[in-house]
Design a protein around this ligand. Structure first.
Ligand code: CP
Length: 317
């Protein structure tokens, strides 16, 4: 594996899941693999799970990690080609990124979308510029359109909990108080479709269609109850509109998953990438019930990251 920014960087999802579960059973199996190697973790946005799980994963592989909250502690970066830098930006990506190749062996980046400029966001302007101006492997810790480390952890979690050979997995939109990126939903859809081992359904209100390049192959409905019927897994997530870009005009609380709605499912397990707004996106009664597997899902972020870093390290050695 030369980089990890999308499911398109993966040869075989089930092989990764197997490796992840092996690391879960034996976290220090490859504790020398990353000896003498260092990852740089650049955060342009906040994080808890991604930051900690990736650091734990790196440490399990014998790597050193350095975290840099570039948005708060670094110079303001300029990304525009040919910019006359007489404003607020201090350092061009063309000058900053190559230095990362000198300090680190692997570069991990978190960069959220603006939700204002769809063209820049969906071309992954920031992530792609880091890739273009470094010569080391780059790992996405959530980018403008995708969150692949989360999606791999999601499939690991489904694999651990599935009882049916081909489970029904429903990604359902949920209300929120502010516009959120489409990344988690896009990425989950992309991975589920590539995995192909589930009956995958997406439910959302009208106007919340995701980019079809990620959802192609899924069943899409505006009827949440119909989607939930006999579901084995229900992945709850809010996202803002892709077509009316970044707009979040729907606050219909009837889309919040409740125990009553969960009765429609096949004792469905409830997933969410976290953080979650309680009693807006998901009710207390669900999050505090045995139906919720959100903590297991977050814990699996370690094995997702460890598997990805391990595959990259093996390709470097
Ligand atoms: N799910 C997830 O990426 O969590 P953090 O934003 O806390 O990293």
């Amino acid at each position: 594996m030369k980089k990890f920014t999308s499911v398109t960087d993966v040869t075989n999802i089930n092989d990764l899941v197997k490796q992840a579960l092996a690391y879960k059973a034996n976290p220090f199996a490859d504790k020398q693999l990353g000896a003498g190697k260092r990852i740089g973790m650049l955060f342009l946005n906040p994080s808890m799970r991604t930051r900690i799980s990736t650091q734990v994963a790196a440490q399990n592989l014998g790597m050193e990690s350095i975290v840099f909250n570039i948005d708060k502690e670094g110079w303001a970066l300029e990304f525009a080609e040919g910019a006359v830098m007489n404003g607020t930006t201090v350092e061009h990506i063309k000058d900053a990124a190559p230095i990362m190749s000198e300090y680190f062996d692997i570069l991990c980046i978190r960069t959220f979308p603006s939700l204002k400029n769809k063209t820049d966001d969906y071309s992954e302007l920031v992530l792609q510029q880091f890739i273009a101006h470094t010569n080391i492997p780059v790992v996405s810790m959530e980018s403008a359109t995708l969150h692949p480390l989360q999606s791999l952890a999601d499939i690991i979690t489904i694999t651990e909990n599935q009882t049916a050979k081909k489970p029904k997995v429903v990604l359902t939109w949920a209300p929120h108080v502010k516009p959120l990126p489409q990344c988690v939903a896009n990425s989950f859809a992309q991975w589920m479709n590539a995995w192909g081992e589930a009956d995958f359904v997406i439910a959302h209100p009208e106007g919340y269609e995701l980019d079809p390049s990620f959802t192609k192959g899924a069943t899409i409905t505006h009827n949440q109850d119909e989607a939930l019927k006999d579901a084995d897994f229900v992945y709850v997530k809010n996202w803002s509109s892709y077509n009316d870009y970044g707009v979040a005009s729907c606050h219909d609380q009837s889309w919040m998953l409740t125990q009553e709605k969960l009765k429609l499912t096949n004792e469905g397990k409830v997933m969410h990438c976290l953080p979650v707004r309680r009693n807006i996106e998901l009710s207390d009664e669900i999050l505090d019930s045995e139906s919720s597997i959100v903590t297991q899902q977050a814990a699996n972020r370690v094995w997702s990251a460890q598997t990805v870093l391990s595959n990259i390290l093996k390709s470097m050695n």
